[in-house]
Design a protein. Structure first.
Length: 67
């Protein structure tokens, strides 16, 4: 019974989003993308829109719905 409870507790822990996994946090992701915008490798308008979309996606946990 305790082993089963332990498995349930592990499955209830939030899984980090792909952006948290890759960048450590959304703030680090946004900083990295803004650095790319400053360097000219990412369009500023597109980059800001992408950051806004990813933050919303992350807040709504849309990335985790398919599980």
């Amino acid at each position: 019974m305790l082993a089963r409870v332990g498995r349930l507790e592990r499955t209830d822990t939030p899984v980090p989003s792909p952006f948290e996994r890759d960048y450590g946090s959304l703030e680090h992701m946004a900083a990295a993308w803004r650095a790319m915008m400053d360097a000219g490798t990412l369009d500023r308008l597109d980059g800001e829109h992408l950051i806004t979309i990813i933050v919303r996606w992350h807040t709504d946990r849309c990335w985790d719905l398919w599980r």
